[in-house]
Design a protein around this ligand. Sequence first.
Ligand code: HEC
Length: 142
Amino acid sequence: MKEASVIRTQSCLATTMIGAATLLAVTAGPGAKGGVVAMATVQVAPPRPAFATCKACHSVTRGGTNGVGPNLFGIFGAPAAAKPGYAYSPAMKGSKIRWERAKLDAYLADPRAVVPGTRMTVPGIPDPAKRNEIIGFLEKLK
Ligand code: HEC
């Protein structure tokens, strides 16, 4: 019994390093029965945060520099096009948006539908769970 659990621990470690594909192979394989439950609780790698794609263009720290897009610190609840020193599109400047949850959600789902002519020309995020995760992240930037 002792030996078996040692082996299990080792294979868990190896699996953690090798990744999800192996995890599936191991749990699906014969003789893995006893290990399935234990293995399932092992976190392989934290999922890539949904906001990661935004970071290519947006800084998120207080007073962070504007990049391709404006700094997003404190954006939740703030009026659109209000970051000093950033050259917004006329569309964003004239949008009169306040970035409340519903507006952010709509904008992230389809930026050009909410602000026609915006320079943020990224495809929308169709997955509501991902948008929710991003908005939750933005909400904490204060
Ligand atoms: C390819 C670069 C790029 C990416 C990637 C990008 N943005 Fe933007 N974003 C911009 C630009 C450029 C603007 C300014 C748009 C304008 O002036 O019309 C902007 C504006 C915004 C605004 C309005 C800011 C304000 O001050 O009113 C928000 C909110 C925003 N982006 C959120 C996001 C989020 C969240 C993501 C990730 C899902 C993201 N952006 C990904 C380029 C990008």
